[in-house]
Ligand binder design. Structure first.
Ligand SMILES: Cc1cc2nc3c(=O)[nH]c(=O)nc-3n(C[C@H](O)[C@H](O)[C@H](O)COP(=O)(O)OP(=O)(O)OC[C@H]3O[C@@H](n4cnc5c(N)ncnc54)[C@H](O)[C@@H]3O)c2cc1C
Length: 621
């Protein structure tokens, strides 16, 4: 039996059978990789997730991060787990060998990250933010900055964060008030307060390197005037060792609903005028630089959603097979009929398939995004590379917002499958729901993602990025129409696809008219439509492959044309059961989710402006 976090058969299916990542190995960057190597890597990732990270999950929640005497401590078990994580080389696995990494393809890293995140995302925030901040220095840092900070961060010796938010600058990053004053030696004196900084302080790393957004004195207001600085908690001595404190004080940490062991700190920079910052990249290019980390972090938050959702699904399925309650509906009138495992009740089966289809679709979409980045970085043709990049740009806000929103629904439904026990702390379901919720809020709220999708991404490259992506969907609709197994379901995908195209065109028209508020107001429903459409497409793609594999298996077993024989084969053969499950996910999604898209698009098309036009005083009270 597998673990209770992630269906690793599905991971391998998406990587090897759906994406066909073998074609990546031809690139020099991935020349050391083979399917066997990746198989071994996934097994090692599973061991790390189950044996090392998972035991930190409920302990982290119970003990949490603690602030006392100006210092933050995290549970002792986190220290031991991080040491093992770093020693195994995971702290910089996707980075290049020059900095200690292994060039792990990002689609494969996505699969590893799903395992780690499903075991404990609050723990993973420490190494995750550290790697993200190190990547920034790798891309924009000077040789000196790389030598001083980056290698230690990639090795997991020093930690990293991302410092954007301030009490008055949340979604509106341009309102940043932190100031950088020029010093004669070319460094800057940093003064200001950053709030809600994840892993902003802790005793898990002896030094923490903060990439901080600040405005150089005299620079213009708004995002265009913001620069980014490396601000260490402790300055580094010339020999690389930890030197004197850098006037970064922790004001406190937040008491939160979930991810309690990830410290969320208020950081006061330069209370004594002695906080030194080192410019990273060019002056006034802070947002451009930080967006590198933000885009990665947005994909990572989508993965957080997936991680919680898959763990909730796997637990719910196992529980539903074990929990005995109520007679089967067909035996209700038989007085002495036995109670059955709840997985035999239709509503539980419907719930589990709703969860399963969404989890599998989100998994495929996340890995596809990783694959797009791998392709962007390895194909030699410039136009081809730009095409893959265009996919990533559209997918990033969709993955962040859709996967986090859906994950909350999945975790809630997972709790329902447990009944009252789901609400009780002895079972993990209530923690999944609590831990999951933050993913809709941070890294830019889901509305901010929707605004990014509608305001920036739809029309980018004259709409070609969207059209190229839709071209892939269209090609699979055509394939589905040719498939015996899926042709009856293809019209649902096609109708959803046409309805979504209609909205994209309507948004473009409204954008040029007096109704410009309508796309802005409907951005979030549209993003969710895009998410449903894209994961529906991914599920169809998977079902078409599974159907081809199953046909060959049925033929070999002489089971063609006999439902009973096909079911018997699936009971005896795990692969056959898995492929049947892939087809079931796509069919369920086609019949129960995709048809609603046309109706949701119709709602948007009505152009209702009531929320905009009504008085503020009419909302409540
Ligand atoms: C646990 C936790 C960890 C965090 N970690 C970090 C971190 O590591 N680094 C960091 O820099 N920040 C971090 N944050 C901050 C987080 O990114 C912000 O909370 C988030 O961006 C929203 O900002 P805000 O809370 O000020 O909400 P606001 O910006 O005040 O938004 C309130 C509401 O208004 C909406 N809204 C705002 N502007 C608009 C608009 N133009 N149009 C329509 N609606 C709008 C928002 O969508 C939201 O629904 C963290 C937050 C939490 C809670």
């Amino acid at each position: 039996m597998g673990n209770t976090l992630v269906n690793m058969r599905d991971q391998r299916f998406i990587l090897f059978e759906q994406l066909g990542i073998d074609n990546l190995f031809a690139a020099e960057k991935y020349a050391d990789y083979t399917q066997e190597v990746i198989d071994m890597m996934l097994n090692e990732a599973e061991k790390m997730a189950v044996d090392v990270i998972l035991p930190t999950y409920d302990v982290g929640d119970r003990e949490g991060a603690v602030f006392a005497d100006g210092k933050v401590t995290v549970p002792a078990i986190f220290h031991a787990a991080l040491k093992k994580f770093n020693e195994a080389g995971w702290s910089c696995a996707p980075a290049s060998p020059e900095v200690g990494g292994q060039n792990v393809p990002l689609c494969v890293w996505s699969a590893c990250a799903e395992l780690f995140d499903s075991a404990n995302f609050a723990f993973m925030m420490y190494p995750g933010l550290t790697m993200g901040a190190a990547m920034l220095i790798a891309k924009y840092g000077t040789e000196e900055q790389k030598n001083t900070y980056m290698y230690k961060m990639f090795a997991g010796e020093w930690g990293g964060t991302m410092c954007l938010t301030e009490p008055g600058a949340g979604s509106d990053v341009g309102a940043t008030r932190t100031i950088a004053k020029r010093l004669p030696d070319g460094t800057f004196s940093i003064e200001g307060t950053k709030s809600f900084i994840s892993c902003g302080d802790s005793d898990i790393y002896p030094n923490i390197i903060h990439p901080v957004l600040a405005r150089i004195e005299g620079d213009p207001p708004g995002t265009g005037g913001i620069s980014i600085f490396i601000v260490p908690k402790f300055r580094a001595n010339e020999d690389g060792s930890i030197g004197e404190p850098n006037d970064v004080a922790t004001g406190g940490i937040e008491h939160k609903m979930g991810i309690k062991a990830s410290s969320t700190a208020t950081l006061n920079f330069g209370e004594n005028g002695k906080c030194i910052g080192y410019l990273l990249g060019d002056e006034r290019s802070g947002m451009k630089v930080m967006f590198n980390m933000m885009n990665e972090a947005r994909l990572e938050v989508g993965m957080q959603g997936l991680g919680h959702a898959t763990a909730s699904l796997e637990h719910a399925v196992q529980y539903a097979k074990e929990r005995i309650q109520s007679k089967h509906i067909m035996e209700m009138t038989i007085p002495n009929a036995k109670a059955v495992p709840i997985i035999h009740h239709p509503d539980i089966r419907r719930s589990l398939l709703w969860m399963k289809s969404h989890v599998e679709g989100m998994r495929a979409m996340n890995y596809f995004a990783g694959y797009c980045i791998d392709m962007e970085e390895t194909v030699t043709d410039v136009a081809e590379s730009a095409k893959w990049k265009g996919f990533v740009e559209i997918l990033t806000p969709v993955i962040k917002a859709y996967c986090s929103d859906k994950a909350c629904e999945i975790c809630s439904l997972g709790m329902d499958v447990y009944g009252g026990y789901g609400y009780i702390q002895e079972y993990p379901m209530e923690q999944y729901l609590r831990d999951c919720k933050i993913s809709t809020l941070y890294e830019g709220t889901n509305y901010i993602q929707a605004l990014d999708l509608v305001g920036r991404k739809l029309g980018a490259n004259k709409g070609m990025n969207l059209m190229n992506l839709f071209g892939l969907v269209d090609a699979d609709i055509k394939k589905a129409k040719e498939s015996e197994e899926m042709k009856a379901y293809a019209p649902h995908l096609e109708d959803a696809y046409n309805a979504a195209i209609g909205i994209a065109m309507q948004f473009a028209a409204w954008g040029k008219s007096a109704s410009v508020m309508l796309p802005v107001m409907n951005a979030r429903p549209f993003l969710m439509i895009m998410g449903d459409l894209l994961i529906g497409w991914q599920l169809f793609q998977g079902a078409l492959i599974a159907s081809g594999k199953l046909d060959a298996m049925y033929k070999e077993a002489g089971a063609e044309g006999s439902i009973a024989k096909k079911r018997a084969l699936a009971r005896a053969n795990g692969d056959a059961a898995f492929y049947q499950g892939k087809i079931a996910s796509a069919k369920y999604f086609a019949c129960n989710v995709l048809p609603a898209i046309a109706g949701r698009c119709k709602c948007i098309m009505l152009g209702d402006k009531t929320p905009i036009e009504m008085l503020e005083d009419s909302f409540a009270g």
